[in-house]
Design a binder for this molecule. Structure first.
Ligand SMILES: Nc1nc2c(c(=O)[nH]1)N[C@H]1C(S)=C(S)[C@@H](COP(=O)(O)OP(=O)(O)OC[C@H]3O[C@@H](n4cnc5c(=O)[nH]c(N)nc54)[C@H](O)[C@@H]3O)O[C@H]1N2
Ligand SMILES: Nc1nc2c(c(=O)[nH]1)N[C@H]1C(S)=C(S)[C@@H](COP(=O)(O)OP(=O)(O)OC[C@H]3O[C@@H](n4cnc5c(=O)[nH]c(N)nc54)[C@H](O)[C@@H]3O)O[C@H]1N2
Ligand code: SF4
Ligand SMILES: [Mo]
Length: 650
């Protein structure tokens, strides 16, 4: 019997530590590492099913090439030769930025990021900027605090009130749940603010069902009540913040009646919620659904302002926990990514379809896709597919024949976290990291990204790259040099352990912020464009929210969906009945950008102006991004998936 310590590579808040028990080179048990302070011995269903994916019959185990529309397995030698020759041809004839490198967070490892270093050595490919995920909120917290930092989970137990604002941990962040349960047992108020009464809302003590995208208005209304009652923290405002007066003048321009109308709950409810929040210390735990809107950045900034106004910053049990960029600061990104002396050309990720349709095939000659599935995860699938088709040369590295792989010319099969060593951490929530151990030898026919890019570099004669990145150990040692130095430990010494560098568990305790002034920055209407955008369309009266699926990480389905299964769309009985739709009926949902088939599910948990569907379903299962639009938030270039207006067609 032998224990091996690895981690979950999925793009998740929790970054779980996994303990594998081996007997005779076979895995006999998979469990959450019982000694990890956050994982505490349990994994979600997705984490439990990694092994199933590693051993899956559907896994790609040979490079594939599309010839006349048919996939044929080819050897690695031929694949590397042909792809290498084409990459060279593109660079030499049109320049390196004629290649688009599309990467997302399908695997969170540091070693997996060797693709960045490769394409920078190549000369610099065209890159996406902004995000499908969290970037409006990141931009907001950078402006307000200087950077996004979260309170360590243990500190939630110091709060008298916890607002879970647009996050659904029961489905997406399961290791937060035990903290909420304990806080509730200790008498804390657990308050959920979400247009959908989620499983998390059922765990809480209070729930407020606001309209989609009304969060900024709600934060303004709460601030107005607090100011009118004289309950603001004048010491924090006077000594440690900037821009309060301008902020106050701005929020004075809203009448309470107008705000109540925009927020969609009663004044009594807003007063009750405000009274709960005033029960200091109060923690705000934000999710990412509420910033996937045109007003996404403002929504987060007005919430930050509410916390500052009440002095809930830098204190135990307080804060606005959105993301946690701690570990990443100790990685030498200049080395790890082989940072270029110049900025390579970029485009807004959420506008992929617009950008590519404008630039391919004249300027964009090829795309190389790594750790992502853009065909189903980007907004506006119909135009994304058109855009893909317009690119003359396409390569994808993945484990499976995804919809993106299907649209490529070559697909290369990669190793899984169980088949390699990597360094796993999360910038979303908890501050622990792990240098993992290999569990199994790589499956026959697959190669690690590190090996794939090394082979391509050899083929293309990229000697500088090969010298700088000779092997995985060197890459890890140099990339993690700042962290290892800080810990005063070697790479070998940290392997398989659960470590953190966040001994400081209360961000901004000294009330010194990373902003230019060193103070908290209130959102400033004089200097900034503050207009709230209101997207309405009488033809499409319902808001379609696409939430993250409980048992799948986006399109990484851990339970194969029957191709004949339609996604379920949840709404109130009244909403469906208005369209003459019965429960369980096959309906068409349509937006200005497209339509999908779905099954109607009546739910008392959803506002009448809202429908809910899960994102991540494959094309064959009517992925929801057929209906979403390209577009970006006010700041941070965030995709606006939740600004999706629709109607039901029976
Ligand atoms: N099981 C599972 N876990 C995951 C993922 C997954 O795909 N599956 N994905 C991971 C990733 S990449 C991410 S980014 C995180 C996301 O984690 P979460 O932020 O928890 O998840 P989301 O589904 O994006 O949205 C959370 C909630 O936002 C609500 N919401 C939508 N619009 C609004 C609004 O205008 N106001 C308010 N107040 N709430 C709103 C939705 O109803 C939903 O309940 O989860 C991670 N964890
Ligand atoms: N409508 C709607 N769309 C959304 C969202 C939404 O809320 N609504 N959420 C958005 C969010 S928050 C995010 S983060 C994005 C996510 O967008 P993506 O990151 O593109 O989504 P995934 O489906 O997780 O795709 C990851 C792919 O990486 C592959 N993969 C896993 N491990 C490896 C590996 O080791 N090597 C390689 N080469 N490949 C690997 C997986 O098999 C999978 O195909 O989606 C966004 N899309
Ligand atoms: S998906 Fe998230 S909760 Fe599940 S095992 Fe992985 S890191 Fe843990
Ligand atoms: Mo995400």
């Amino acid at each position: 019997m032998k224990k091996i310590r690895t981690a979950c590579s999925l793009d998740c808040w929790d970054a779980c530590a996994i303990e594998i028990t081996m007997e005779d080179h076979q895995v006999v048990k998979v469990q959450g590492d019982p000694n990890h302070p956050i994982t505490k011995g349990f994994l979600c269903q997705k984490g439990m099913k990694h092994l199933e994916r590693v051993l899956s019959e559907d896994r790609l185990t040979s490079p594939m090439k599309k010839e006349n529309g048919t996939w044929i397995p080819i050897g690695w030698e031929m694949a590397i030769q042909e792809i290498g020759a084409k990459l060279k041809e593109i660079r030499d004839n049109f320049g390196s930025s004629s290649l688009l490198h599309y990467k997302d967070s399908g695997h969170g490892g540091v070693v997996k990021s060797i693709d960045n270093a490769f394409f920078n050595s190549y000369g610099g490919a065209t890159l996406p900027k902004g995000s499908l995920c969290w970037s409006a909120g990141i931009a907001a917290q950078k402006l307000d605090f200087g950077k996004p930092l979260s309170h360590n989970p243990d500190d939630y137990l110091n709060a008298k009130t916890i607002l879970i604002w647009g996050r659904n941990p029961v489905d997406t962040n399961i290791h937060l749940v035990p903290y909420l349960k304990r806080a509730k047992e200790n008498g804390a108020n657990i308050v959920v603010i979400d247009p959908i009464k989620t499983a998390t809302a059922y765990l809480g003590t209070h729930y407020y069902s606001i309209k989609p995208e009304a969060d900024g208005f709600l934060a303004i209304a709460m601030a107005k009540i607090i100011l009118s009652e004289g309950d603001e923290d004048t010491t924090f405002i006077d000594d440690r913040s900037r821009g309060f007066q301008e902020y106050q003048q701005y929020i004075d321009t809203f009448s309470m009646d107008a705000l109540v109308d925009k927020i969609g709950i009663s004044l009594e409810e807003i007063l009750e919620l405000t009274a709960l929040y005033k029960n200091k210390p109060s923690a705000i735990i934000l999710g990412y659904g509420l910033q996937r809107y045109y007003n996404g950045g403002k929504n987060i900034r007005f919430i930050d302002a509410l916390a500052a106004l009440t002095g809930n910053i830098g204190i135990a049990g307080g804060g606005v926990s959105y993301a946690n960029k701690r570990v990443v600061e100790w990685i030498d990104d200049a080395y790890a990514s082989n940072t270029l002396a110049f900025e390579p050309p970029t485009f807004k990720r959420a506008l992929f379809a617009d950008y590519v349709l404008e630039n391919a095939p004249n300027r964009i000659k090829g795309i190389f896709v790594t750790t992502s599935n853009p065909v189903v995860q980007l907004p506006d699938t119909t135009r994304t597919i058109e855009a893909f088709k317009a690119i003359p040369f396409k390569v994808t590295i993945d484990h499976f024949m995804t919809d993106t792989a299907q649209l490529s010319d070559y697909v290369l099969p990669a190793t899984h976290i169980y088949e390699e060593e990597d360094f796993i951490y999360s910038s979303m929530w908890q501050p622990y990291f792990r240098y993992t151990e290999r569990v199994l030898p790589p499956r026959d026919g697959v190669k690690s990204e590190f090996e794939i890019f090394k082979l391509l570099a050899q083929e293309m004669g990229m000697t500088d790259f090969l010298q700088k990145y000779p092997d995985e150990k060197t890459y890890l040692n140099k990339s993690l040099a700042p962290l290892l130095e800080k810990l005063n430990l070697s790479l070998e010494e940290i392997q398989g352990k659960s470590l953190t560098i966040a001994e400081e568990d209360i961000p901004w305790k000294d009330k010194k912020f990373n902003t230019p002034s060193g103070k908290f920055q209130f959102i400033n209407p004089v200097e900034e464009d503050l207009e709230f955008i209101s997207i309405q369309n009488h033809e499409y009266p319902l808001h379609l929210l696409s939430v993250h699926p409980k048992h799948s990480l986006h399109s990484q389905h851990f339970k194969d969906e029957d191709p004949n299964t339609l996604p379920k769309v949840y709404g109130s009985a009244k909403t469906f009945q208005r369209y003459g739709v019965l429960e369980g009926q096959e309906i068409t949902l349509s937006s200005k950008d497209g339509k999908i088939q779905a099954l109607s599910i009546f739910s008392e948990n959803i506002r009448e102006d809202v429908l809910m569907i899960q994102e991540g379903w494959w094309l064959k299962n009517q992925g929801v991004n057929r209906m979403t639009s390209t577009g970006v938030s006010d700041i941070g270039n965030q995709a606006v998936f939740n600004n999706c207006l629709c109607k039901i067609v029976k």
